[in-house]
Design a protein. Structure first.
Length: 368
């Protein structure tokens, strides 16, 4: 299986309508689906464009297996059409005057007529496009067009697949259908795949590995589950929607499985201090899904924080209660009668050790 090696830098100077921007990233990936996750403007799509050959880095190199696609020092720059890289854009790039079958046939034109024809029919069937093969792109749904885009890409037999927010603009049902298609492609073809998204649920649904981008840099690397369980910095936690971020002091570590962090006069139990010694200042976050909350009783209890409810937010599946300093708790709707919850009422909050995460003292490194 070919390994993709990327180490590139690209800088844009300040312009009339834009601030200066610098991309500086290095990573390797093989037969896995790697998610580039982060906010808009972080450099995710620019990374794909450099890999595909649509944008030239200022410095660095890109290799796929033994082949050099780009090297700034030797001035090697393989043309995009020769890189054999499939690219699915945010908006499908199908030929509007061709049928779905015609789009796939165009992609298979380098094959022998018989081989190409068989491959097209097999791929149309595989992606559930057979009954729609005679229609033009404007005669099918957005989800069907994106499925055709992926099918056309695979007919060309790429060595690497790049996906730039392919589910953007699709409704929930079509998005889930496309997730199934991408999962099937990943397991069947075993190609290196890189997916750009700022949707955390999408990253969890599809990604084997996630690179968190911010301001042109990779600020954490790992599986989506591991990154969510242990964000490397407050910046990563904010991008993942894990708030609040609080300041505190390491109080003790007794050698057992738990330690203590003090903040604003309250002591939070934590699993570990991540390299901090007692007395040192640190930052930590609280996971709302682990906070235990109940209406306050008359007598106070130790290790319980009593706060007035400031805001109640309801979704189809959950109820979120927000208190001061951004501290919050979440309940499945079936576990809490939301209509009986009143803003201003006092609640008792308990924080199991797993609900508090201390950001590590040491910096992370990108996995090779």
């Amino acid at each position: 299986m070919k390994t993709l090696v990327v180490s590139v830098e690209k800088t844009y100077a300040r312009d009339v309508d834009s601030a200066p921007f610098s991309l500086h990233v290095s990573f390797e990936t093989r037969d896995e689906l790697t998610v580039l996750f982060g906010p808009s403007g972080a450099g995710k799509t620019l990374t794909l464009d450099c890999i595909a050959g649509f944008s030239n880095p200022d410095r660095g190199n890109i290799r796929l297996g033994d082949e050099v696609l780009f090297d700034a020092k030797t001035r090697k720059n393989l043309a995009a059409r020769k890189r054999r890289i499939g690219y699915v854009f945010q908006k499908d790039a199908l030929f509007p005057h061709m049928t779905l079958r015609g789009n796939l046939e165009f992609a298979s034109r380098t094959k022998s007529p018989k081989t190409g024809s068989n491959l097209v029919e097999e791929t149309l069937h595989q992606f559930g496009l057979g009954p729609l093969a005679g229609r033009r792109p404007d005669q099918v749904s957005g989800g069907e067009r994106q499925r055709c885009s992926i099918a056309r890409l695979l007919v060309s037999r790429p060595r690497l697949v790049l996906l730039d927010e392919p589910t953007r603009g699709l409704d929930v049902r079509l998005r889930e259908q496309l997730y199934e298609v991408l999962t099937q492609v990943r397991s069947q073809y075993r190609l290196p795949m890189i997916l750009v998204t700022h949707d955390l649920e999408e990253a969890f649904a599809l990604g084997d590995r996630m690179l968190v981008y911010d301001q042109g840099r990779i600020i954490q690397d790992g599986s989506p589950t591991d990154i969510h369980a242990g964000p490397a910095s407050p910046e990563v936690a904010c991008l993942l929607g894990i708030t609040p971020i609080l300041k505190g002091t390491a109080v003790a570590h007794n050698g057992s499985d738990t330690a203590v962090v003090e903040s604003q006069g309250f002591r939070f139990p934590v699993v570990h201090l991540n390299g901090f010694n007692p007395g040192q200042s640190l930052s930590f976050c609280i996971r709302t899904e682990h906070v235990v909350a109940c209406p306050a009783v008359t007598s106070s209890s130790p290790n319980v924080l009593t706060l007035p409810l400031r805001k109640k937010t309801e979704t189809p599946t959950h109820v979120r209660l927000e208190f001061q300093d951004g501290i919050a708790a979440e309940f499945p709707r079936q576990e809490l009668a939301a209509e009986s919850v009143k803003v201003g009422a006092r609640w008792e909050l308990k924080f199991p050790p797993g609900s508090v995460w201390v950001f590590p003292k040491t910096q992370f490194s990108v996995r090779k």
